[in-house]
Structure formats: C-alpha cells, structure tokens
Design a binder for this molecule. Structure first.
Ligand SMILES: Cc1cc2nc3c(=O)[nH]c(=O)nc-3n(C[C@H](O)[C@H](O)[C@H](O)COP(=O)(O)O)c2cc1C
Length: 311
C-alpha cells in the first residue's frame, strides 16, 4: 500500500497506518509502543460521554495521554447528542485534536442502550450526534460497521450521512454487527462507500500483515488502514508495513511498555494490568504456556520483567 499522510479536518497525520480504539488495551502505554513502530495515529479506547458527565473516575483515567503523542485522538460513545456535544467542548477533551465517535460497537450492554452499532439503525440521531460534536471545532471522525446483519448493508448511505453531517473522516469496519470480529471483511461495501464521499476513508478489519493491508487498500481504494487485534498481538506490524529497517527489538519495547505502566501504577497494579497484554506478546514464543503461567501468577511487575529478560 502507498504510505501517505491523511488530512482529518485541520490535522495532518504523518502516515495512514492507525492503531484502532481497543477497550482495555489501547491505553497511553500501548499507543506509545505502536507510535515507536511508526503508527501515524493511535486512538484511546472508547469513553462514555455519560460516564464523563457524571464524573466517573475510571472513565477520566482513559483520557490520560503522554506529551509524545503529538496528535491526540479520543474515541467517545453515547446516544444523547446534547450530552455528547457538551463533552466534546468540555475541558475533559480539551487536549484532544481528533474526536472519533463510536457507531460500531456490537457489545450488548452498549447496543441495547442505543449506543455504538445501534446508531446504524438511526441515521437521523447519528447525524445529530455528529453535528453536535462538530460544534467543538475539533476534527471529528466516525467509526462504524457496514450494517447490523448480513445482507442489510447501510455502508454507503451511512458514509454519506457522516460527510453531510460534518465528519472529517470515517473508518469503516468491513463486518456486520452480528459477525462481531470474525469472518472476512466485505471489501465491496467499503469500496462503494469510499467512492461516494470526498472525506478520507480508512479501512478496518482483519489486517494482521503487510499483505492484508495491501489487500484492503487494493480492493477498496481506502486512504489508510486501521489495525486492532493485529497491533495488540504484534505492535511491530506498523514497522512491517512501513518496511522500516532496524525497527526497535520487541523485547526492548516490552520493557518500555512495562516501565510506562510501573511509573503510573506502581509494581503491584502493573502486574495485574500488564498480564493480558503480555499474553499477546508471548504468543509464538517457545514455552509460551509456561511463560504465561509465570506472568499470570506474578504479584509484582519485577517478576514480569524477569520473564521478558529471559526471552
Ligand atoms: C478487545 C477489543 C476491544 C475493542 N474496543 C473497541 C473500542 O473501544 N472502540 C471501537 O470502536 N472498537 C473497538 N474494538 C473493535 C476494533 O477497533 C476493530 O474495529 C475490530 O477489532 C476489527 O479490527 P481487527 O480485525 O483489526 O481486529 C475492539 C476490539 C477488540 C478485539
């Protein structure tokens, strides 16, 4: 795929390889690691506008960023245009350059609340949300799926609605809600939407290698790609796609990842927080089962550090 900058409203990214919002994973530390490997943009996990409005502390913890994050991108979710607009213009999101709106989450708790992918059903509400968030004056993007169920696609119509409502970029996850995260991506749907709007379109879904990224772009014409599980498993994927020679060895970045968390949370909490990410990092290593057991029984992050040093 061609590596190029993407213009999202007034914001220009250094390239078109993005780390997806990942609940429980795309925290500030993983975002730094992915940037070290060249990601042009990295989103926070989704944050609830109602959670922020009603002062939930865990929710505001998601908004932590490092100064090295030169372009800061947050993802929000909700279904009340006025609350979402209010949060977009509030001090909570002041430091962010880009606000992405989640219109694709399939999780029942979110969907049944009329949030995330439920908005695929209600173009008029989705449009009101985008225009209210846009009043913040920030660059606004929307991440959505191609539809709720197979065959009942809304992609092109939804893409046009996003553009007409003021979105500066859209990201299309090429699967329907009921597919959750499995099965192939529907390139045709992404391509039709891409051809019908002028704003940048990013393709998402099933990118685990350079070949997958090339295939997404060749089949859809999208302006860039967004990677979720492929980056969670292997943040080096960005360097692979960029064909960066001498990318930092993954072991060094694992240690950096651990240290970033230790500095924020201390040794004991880090041991718990870092476990699930380590399980991904250890995939493919010899004796990975044993190593994972060690990591999962660690009480302090120093024990995880020993595992990393032994790799
Ligand atoms: C653990 C996990 C957490 C996710 N959290 C979010 C989220 O907070 N916001 C969002 O828009 N999508 C979320 N997604 C969906 C991903 O961003 C992405 O759209 C999906 O995984 C497809 O991309 P992939 O095939 O590269 O994994 C999540 C996916 C996973 C597996």
């Amino acid at each position: 795929m061609e590596i190029k900058s993407v213009k999202i409203g007034k914001v220009k990214t250094k390239n078109n390889l993005f780390l997806a919002p990942l609940a429980g994973y795309s925290d500030a530390a993983l975002r730094i690691i992915c940037r070290d490997y060249g990601a042009g943009l990295a989103f926070t996990e989704m944050v609830s506008c109602k959670g922020l409005k009603y002062g939930n502390e865990k929710t505001s913890d998601i908004l932590f960023t490092y100064p090295e994050e030169d372009i800061k991108a947050v993802q929000i979710f909700g279904n009340d245009p006025l609350i979402m607009g209010e949060i977009a213009s509030s001090s909570y999101l002041e430091k962010f350059d880009i606000i992405d709106i989640n219109m694709g989450c399939p999780v029942p708790k979110i969907y049944n609340n009329g949030e995330g992918s439920a908005l695929l059903n209600d173009l008029s509400l989705a449009s009101k949300i985008i225009s209210e968030v846009k009043k913040s004056g920030k660059a606004v993007s929307v991440k959505f799926r191609i539809g709720l169920t197979e065959g009942n696609f809304v992609t092109k119509e939804f893409a046009k609605m996003c553009e007409d409502s003021g979105a500066d970029m859209i990201t299309i996850h090429g699967r329907v809600k009921t597919a959750i995260y499995s099965g192939p991506c529907n390139y045709d749907e992404i391509r039709k939407a891409k051809e019908s709007v002028k704003i940048p379109v990013i393709g998402n879904g099933g990118i685990f290698s350079l070949k997958d990224a090339d295939e997404m772009v060749a089949n859809t014409g999208v302006d860039g790609v967004m990677i979720a599980r492929g980056a969670m498993n292997n943040p080096m994927i960005f360097a692979e796609i960029l064909k960066t020679p001498n990318a930092i060895p993954i072991k060094e970045e694992m240690l950096k990842h651990l240290k970033l968390l230790e500095d924020r949370y201390g040794e004991e909490r880090t041991a718990i927080i870092f476990r699930k990410q380590m399980a991904f990092y250890l995939k493919g290593y010899k004796d990975s089962k044993k190593l994972k057991e060690k990591v999962f029984s660690a009480k302090r992050s120093s024990e995880i550090k020993e595992v990393i040093l032994s790799l």
